[in-house]
Ligand binder design. Structure first.
Ligand SMILES: [Fe+2]
Length: 251
């Protein structure tokens, strides 16, 4: 079955423009502080595809990203863009955007007083954490197909299972590389605390298995006790097709 990309219908009310000129020097300085704080650990522990993507999309260490500039570099590579939205999206809007290769991207930045933790994603989590991986062709195809599968699902239990696949890949994924584990999930990339916990051997890291992942519950409010390591990004692309077969077609 071919799943068609739905229109952005449900997401339309949430689409905004990024007013890049409106960021203050203090906000750019906060971005620079966040990036400066993360980079030593990222350079040592992020996967090579993330680091390549970071440079390919032209992220700057001292300026909040101008999404139009990022997209000029990203779109020709993978068809993805970082599309500004007003805030948290309901699931149907979120999936419609992923299916259309548009990543819902917040434009606000945390304050200097909350550098380490914020309850809702900001532009640092969304762009520094997520967008570099969208330059990678297999990851790009995986995420688009993930959105298309979820957009076609109506069953609550099936959507909850797909939410686990997102959590253990896009948000908290690790990959085996260079004789160890490297980070690619945005929840790890954008968080010093979560990354340090993983690097320090805190979680049990299991081999990625789609059935286990679809059944693995998680908490958003504590460090992750279990993570799943892939061998390559082909594995999560295949896992999404496998999940589609199980949850959409019952095979
Ligand atoms: Fe995220």
């Amino acid at each position: 079955m071919v799943i068609r990309s739905p229109s952005l219908g449900a997401a339309e009310p949430f689409l905004i423009q990024q007013d890049w000129q409106a960021y203050t020097p203090e906000q750019h300085a906060t971005w620079a502080e966040l990036v400066g704080h993360r980079m030593p650990q990222i350079e040592a522990h992020a996967c090579e595809q993330y680091l390549q993507g970071f440079h390919q999309i032209g992220l700057k260490t001292d300026l909040i990203p101008n999404l139009a500039d990022v997209n000029q570099r990203l779109r020709p590579r993978s068809g993805w863009s970082a599309t500004p939205v007003s805030g948290f999206l309901p699931p149907d809007a979120f999936f419609a955007m992923l299916a259309a290769r548009k990543f819902p991207t917040t434009t606000w930045l945390r304050s200097k007083e909350s550098l380490a933790y914020i309850p809702q994603p900001d532009i640092f989590h969304d762009v520094f954490g997520h967008v570099p991986m969208h330059a990678h062709p297999v990851f790009a195809d995986f995420l688009q197909h993930y959105g298309a599968v979820c957009a076609a699902l109506t069953d609550k239990d099936a959507l909850e299972r797909m939410g686990r696949l997102f959590w253990f890949t896009v948000e908290f994924g690790v990959i085996r590389q260079k004789g160890g584990y490297r980070l690619y999930g945005s929840g790890l990339i954008s968080s010093q605390g979560e990354s340090s916990y993983v690097i320090g051997g805190g979680p049990e890291i299991r081999d990625f298995d789609v059935d286990q992942v679809l059944n693995q519950q998680f908490s958003t409010s504590e460090m992750q006790p279990v993570l799943y390591a892939v061998e390559s990004f082909d594995q999560i692309y295949e896992a999404t097709h496998e999940a589609e077969r199980r949850l959409c077609h019952g095979v």
